[in-house]
Design a protein around this ligand. Structure first.
Ligand code: AMP
Length: 281
């Protein structure tokens, strides 16, 4: 059965009643990575809601917002096939009603890495996630570890602001060559797509060096940065950080996370994994 599609706050509340569903927030352009989240939500909840909303407040660059891929009909079909019962596809005005003037400003965990490269990004994410969690009142909300810092920011605001439901972080889904699936991958040329596979290779090389006993973060970061540059990518950052606070580390310790952001063909790609491999990541 195709999912029920609702577009306003009121229609969503009316359709849900007292039901506390599983919620998968997305910006659409759904791919296998999103579908894995939806499938998991459908397994773990009696009712699954997928939100599809390209959130303008998390884009610093209007051109980036304008070229974000949109195909609602296809997304609704895909969400339904993955197990969604309901799609919440609001207009900008439904999420941010006239006069909207309240934002959620996350603290330290949002300042570095993506936060530094994309000023205001996590403020927009934190604000829209707060609105969605309050509106949907989910029992569980599902997010991908692909956006690792985003998950940590959301965990922080969820705890600090006593937002409803549980936050569930799901492993990154990858192409066979290891590149993390992303709606942005569609924008890179076939040649650049081959170069982009240096990202998962660089991550694996760091994990291998760490497994071989290298503990100095500067050296480990250097391994990844060299590999990315050699493959023709422009490195934005390579960092090994505390997996919760995202503070940079000097030497490896438990739960260290490797974060990578690099650009190819004008497309910015991010990835991450445990600095010391432990299976999926
Ligand atoms: P987006 O539409 O890019 O905002 O992503 C919606 C959700 O899907 C976020 O929680 C992302 O972290 C998650 N997601 C995106 N790509 C992947 C992937 N390759 N594997 C797992 N989750 C993902």
């Amino acid at each position: 059965m195709p999912p029920l599609v609702v577009a306003t706050r009121e229609a969503l509340r009316e359709a849900l009643g007292d039901t506390r569903p599983g919620l998968v927030p997305t910006m659409g352009a759904l791919h296998t990575g999103h579908c894995a989240l939806i499938e998991r939500a459908a397994r773990e909840n009696a009712l699954t809601v997928v939100s599809i909303f390209v959130n303008p407040t998390q884009f610093g660059d209007p051109a980036d917002l304008a070229r974000y891929p949109r195909d609602l009909e296809r997304d609704i079909r895909q969400a339904g096939e993955a197990g969604a019962d309901m799609v919440f596809a609001p207009t900008v005005e439904a999420v941010y009603p006239p006069g909207f003037d309240t934002f959620v400003e996350p603290g330290d965990v949002a300042l570095r890495w993506e936060g530094a490269s994309r000023p205001g990004h996590f403020r927009g994410v934190a604000t829209v996630v707060t609105i969605l969690l309050n509106l949907v009142q989910p029992r569980r909300a599902y997010f991908g570890e692909k956006d690792y810092q985003q998950v940590q920011v959301i965990r922080r605001i969820h705890h600090d602001l006593a937002l409803p439901g549980d936050i569930v972080a799901c492993p990154t889904i990858r192409d066979p060559d290891g590149l993390a699936l992303s709606s942005r991958n569609a924008r890179i040329s076939p040649t650049a797509r081959v170069q982009a596979a240096a990202i998962p290779r660089a991550i694996a090389a760091v994990q291998e060096a760490a497994a071989g006993g290298e503990q100095i973060v500067e050296r480990l970061n250097g391994i990844a940065a060299d590999m990315l540059q050699t493959a023709g990518l422009r490195v934005d950052y390579v960092a090994i950080v505390d997996g919760e606070t995202l503070a940079p580390l000097q030497t490896l310790r438990g739960k260290a996370r490797l974060l990578v952001a690099a650009e190819i063909d004008g497309v910015r790609l991010i990835d991450n994994a445990p600095a010391v491999a432990c299976g999926a990541g």
